[in-house]
Structure formats: C-alpha cells, structure tokens
Design a protein around this ligand. Sequence first.
Ligand code: HEC
Length: 109
Amino acid sequence: MLRNRLFTAAAALGLAAPFAFGGEGDGDAGAGKEVFETKCVVCHNADNKEKKIGPGLAGVKDGKLPSDKDTTYDNLLENLNKGGGGMPAFEKLMSDEEKDNVIAYVLTL
Ligand code: HEC
C-alpha cells in the first residue's frame, strides 16, 4: 500500500526514477518507439487502451499493466520474453538492446 502511494506520488511529480531501479532500465525510448512500430503495433495500440489483438498500452506509466501487474521493467521483460495468451515470445527474436529500448518506450505510454 505504502509502496503504491509512493509510486503514485513519484508518478504525479513526473519522475522517471521509479523505473530506473531494479532492472536494466537504461534503454533508449526513442529507438524503442521504432522497435514498437515494427514489432508490436500490429497487436497493440500505443495511444489508447482499445484492444487490437492485445490490449492497448496507453496508461501503463501510471503504474499498472493491463494484467493488473505493476508496471516494472522486470514484469515487462518477463512478458516480452515469454509472451503467452496470444502474444509471441520475443526472447530469441530480439537483441537485449532492442528489448531494453522497447521497454523504455512502453514505460512512457
Ligand atoms: C501477435 C500479437 C502480439 C504482438 C506482435 C505483441 N503482442 Fe503484446 N500482447 C498480445 C496479447 C494477445 C496480449 C495479452 C495477453 C494476455 O492477456 O494474456 C499482450 C500483452 C502485452 C502486454 C501486457 C502485459 C501485462 O502483464 O498486462 C504488454 C506490455 C505487451 N503485450 C507488450 C508487447 C510488446 C512490447 C510487443 C512488441 C515487442 C508486443 N507486445 C507484441 C499480443 C501481441
């Protein structure tokens, strides 16, 4: 609970810092946008929550993923590597750098 409130406070202040801890978190969101537009946009909207094949990802920066898991680098990496529920596993389909970058981008949505 307290953690959530701190998280919300940090988010309200516009701090990107909560995402920088606990994972790699050093991706380049600009480069990640290009990866997203090549590999993800076919199934995911970036600017709204409307479902395509997968859920729209707008709003994840507010703290929760569509699955209701916390928005963290580690949760996004696990989702990306393993896929599931209709999403392909990208573990072997992307370089570590591409993963870091696309996660950095998703953290801005
Ligand atoms: C073939 C369609 C498809 C592609 C391509 C795809 N996804 Fe997904 N994605 C899905 C589906 C379907 C779900 C929902 C899975 C579920 O509900 O179990 C999902 C879920 C997600 C979630 C939400 C996870 C959660 O815990 O709520 C994220 C974040 C995500 N995808 C990111 C990405 C990224 C980043 C890419 C590109 C590298 C990508 N997806 C490519 C279909 C896709």
